[in-house]
Design a protein around this ligand. Structure first.
Ligand code: ATP
Length: 496
């Protein structure tokens, strides 16, 4: 109202000034420019708001159940327990338990957090509306906050429309809108977060339909404390990377609708995919099916899975043209890794390949071992030697190194850092922040030089394997594990 009165007064003031004989033209021009800018800004804000209104994902009925989520036994159990509070509202009211307002799912990308939220909606027969934290970040003050209000309204309306007692609001990447507040200059951001807190505080036991907020993040440490305090997101559920058994379960879910050959061993695939997330496992199953489809095979074979794993791990094969010289150097480099790996850990190499894939020009495929979460000093040292093997092989053959070892050195340095950080170096038990740079550098050099020497001595004994292996790689592009092992064995017998 006050805005309208002020707007109405402006022309009156101008007319009055004109009567008094003032030249008002420059003022009018100035006022017009300012009004134009303000109009454009609000219009843009509204347009954004409108375009985003339909960007939320409203799902009438999610058909995802907890059975469709592989692994995550503990997380599923914890989530179901929390959801029982929502289902058994009358009982919780009787005991005076305050309503559960927010559940935070924390864990790495692709581990099934969105799936869990959808399954939660199904389990509780709730309306489901999903949004992502980034949809609330706007440069126009107030737009993000408006969107939050709109979202809560939308989930309520959806539940009422469906005749459901509850609605679940899922916000992915909550850290984008609910990160720690630092500094002064974040008015828009603060307003959005405050609006979310206000909406959450407004949830009461007597609300109908009841609203539950489920948020997901892979940066829980970044979240503002206000979000995590009791009464807001006070249930935290950790959604971890799957272990071997979980990977097999996930795979089983994703091959259910796919024709498999008899030689496909899901347990072995699960073993070969250490470190893969649920989303990557889904991708392996899908890529394997694509390979079979391209080759017009009736069923998906073990080899298709094997190639799918390579693709998900390292990217698609590329057609990058390289010179013979380059190919030879890459071959020697990869053989260097492979020899060190096989000598230190017999049976560990399953293939050496010389075709470009993703960013790599060649690669060594390791035979799967057991999932490992704890590493000894010996293991880490072996790992460093394997990483250095490529550069050392180049040195032996050409007397120099190339830029191809950059990633290997990064990996080796990272491993050295882990050794120091875990008290496995000569510096003893230290905190990395407490060690001065020079001492760290010296210790790091000492470890690396020692291991470089050891790698040199080891590879020098197998120079002929480097030469013969390279011949095969240049001709056939791949050298399989057993062929490679036989070469090493022959060489060892010569030395014996
Ligand atoms: P982000 O943090 O990147 O949003 P997310 O944790 O929410 O990831 P989802 O979107 O739930 O991950 O998972 C992506 C896809 O990966 C799913 O659609 C599903 O196909 C597959 N997937 C992930 N985890 C599992 C699992 N535990 N069981 C079955 N499939 C899974």
């Amino acid at each position: 109202m006050a805005k309208q009165i002020i707007l109405g007064m402006i022309p009156a003031v101008f007319i009055f000034l004109m009567f008094l004989g003032y030249n008002v033209a420059p003022f009018m021009l100035f006022a017009l420019v300012i009004a134009g800018i303000l109009y454009l800004m609000t219009r843009q804000g509204d347009l954004n708001l409108k375009s985003q209104k339909n960007a939320y994902q409203v799902i009438e009925k999610t058909d995802i159940t907890f059975e469709a989520i592989g692994g995550q036994k503990r997380a599923k159990q914890e989530l179901k327990e929390a959801l029982d509070f929502l289902i058994r509202q009358d009982d919780t009211k009787k005991y005076g338990i305050r309503p559960l307002k927010g559940i935070l799912l924390a864990g790495p990308p692709g581990t099934g957090k969105t799936l869990m939220a959808k399954a939660a909606a199904n389990y509780t027969n709730s309306a489901f509306v999903a949004a992502s934290g980034s949809q609330f970040v706007e440069m126009y003050v107030g737009v993000g906050a408006k969107r939050i209000r709109q979202l809560f309204k939308q989930v309520k309306e959806q539940a009422q429309k469906n005749g459901q007692d509850s609605g679940i609001l899922f916000i992915d990447e909550i850290d984008v809108l609910g990160g720690k507040r630092e500094g002064q200059n974040q008015r828009e951001y603060d307003q959005t977060l405050n609006q979310l807190l206000t909406e959450m505080d407004g949830i009461t036991t007597s609300d109908s339909p009841r609203i539950l907020l489920i948020a997901a993040t892979n940066r829980k440490d970044m979240l503002d404390d206000a979000l995590l305090r009791p009464g807001r997101f006070d249930r935290h559920i950790q959604v971890d990377m799957p272990d071997k058994q979980a990977r097999e379960e996930i795979l089983k879910i994703h091959v259910r609708n796919k024709p498999l050959a008899d030689d496909v061993d899901l347990s072995r695939i699960a073993q070969e995919t250490f470190g893969f997330s649920g989303a990557q496992m889904e991708s392996v199953a899908n890529e394997a099916a694509i390979y079979a489809f391209r080759e017009k095979k009736e069923v998906i074979e073990a080899d298709h899975f094997s190639r799918a794993i390579d693709k998900v791990m390292m990217g698609e094969r590329t057609d990058r043209e390289s010179t013979r010289e380059e190919r030879e150097r890459v071959g020697i480099h990869e053989l260097g890794h492979a020899i060190v790996s096989e000598v230190l850990r017999p049976e560990s190499v399953s293939q050496v390949a010389l075709h470009p894939r993703g960013q790599a020009l060649g690669y060594v495929r390791q035979t799967p071992g057991e999932d490992r979460y704890l590493y000894t000093k010996d293991y880490l040292e072996q790992q460093i030697m394997i990483a250095l093997g490529g550069a050392v092989a180049e040195e032996i053959r050409y007397g120099n190194r190339s830029t191809g070892s950059k990633n290997d050195f990064d990996k080796a340095l990272q491993l050295v850092r882990t050794m120091v950080d875990c008290g496995l170096s000569e510096l003893g038990i230290v905190h990395l922040d407490m060690v001065d740079k020079q001492a760290l550098q010296q210790e790091s050099n000492r470890i690396l030089n020692e291991l470089l020497d050891k790698t040199r001595q080891l590879l020098a004994r197998y120079e002929s394997v480097l030469n013969r292996g390279l011949q095969i790689l240049i001709e056939e592009e791949v050298l399989n594990g057993s062929e490679f092992r036989q070469m090493l064995k022959n060489e060892s017998m010569l030395h014996a």
